[in-house]
Design a protein around this ligand. Structure first.
Ligand code: CA
Length: 227
């Protein structure tokens, strides 16, 4: 059964894009464009997850979060316009589960939604099976194991690894990685790709300076080696 996501966002253009992408990813949606409507839908319609803008007319996202959390454990992801708002989200113990800072890519948002729904789900994770040696990527649970032990990767690191490993041996350019992983809305410096790869290597490689999983093809990009 499709999960229902409540989108509380007063900027209509942003709300439309989010809803379009949620529905394209198989979610049902509810929409509210101000604080009071958002709070009412959150409490009365029992959505499976709430995407909650911070600055809203009527009642702000912080207050909605507080009131919803007093009654429900539904996962709440705050949509923040500025980095500094994250301090408040993390500091005030509002009960939000996660946040994304605008502008975010659709891929990032969907990954966060899935991760938060998974965390919330009471179903036992289907991760009891024996793990093989080397790197194993469990796409369903967005988990990565190395020699049977789970690795703590960020969503972006997971996306990079998963994208490269989907076609071992194929060299992927930094431009392609930026487009597929960061999303077309992200107008970033390509060096962000190199930085992310370096962090990823520190987590998955025995010797990051001499990687055996993610290999650099000088001047062309990166590829995942079959081990
Ligand atoms: Ca707003």
């Amino acid at each position: 059964m499709a999960k229902t996501i409540l989108v509380v966002e007063d900027e209509k253009d942003i709300a439309n894009i989010i809803i379009f992408n949620l529905e394209r990813n198989g979610f049902d949606t509810l929409e509210a464009n101000d604080g009071p409507a958002g709070l009412k839908l959150a409490l009365e319609c029992a959505p499976d997850l709430i995407l909650l803008d911070v600055m809203l007319p009527g009642i702000d996202g912080f207050e909605i979060c507080r009131q919803v959390r007093a009654q429900s454990q539904v996962p709440i992801i705050m949509l923040t316009a500025r980095e500094e708002e994250t301090d408040k989200i993390l500091g005030l113990e509002l009960g939000a589960d996660d946040y994304v800072t605008k502008p975010f890519s659709n891929r990032e948002l969907i990954a966060r939604i899935k991760a938060n729904m998974r965390r919330f789900s009471e179903l036992p994770a289907a991760e009891e099976k024996e793990r093989a040696s080397g790197i194993e990527i469990a796409e369903e649970s967005a988990a990565v194991y190395k020699d049977g032990k789970p690795l703590d990767l960020s969503v972006r690191e997971f996306d990079i690894l998963s994208y490269l490993a989907a076609e071992p041996g194929r060299v992927v350019s930094r431009e392609e990685l930026m487009e597929k992983v960061w999303g077309f809305e992200y107008y970033g410096d390509l060096r962000a790709v190199d930085v992310a790869i370096r962090r990823l290597r520190e987590k998955i490689e025995d010797e990051p300076a001499q990687p055996r999983y993610i290999i650099t093809k000088r001047g062309l990009g990166y590829y995942f080696a079959k081990n």
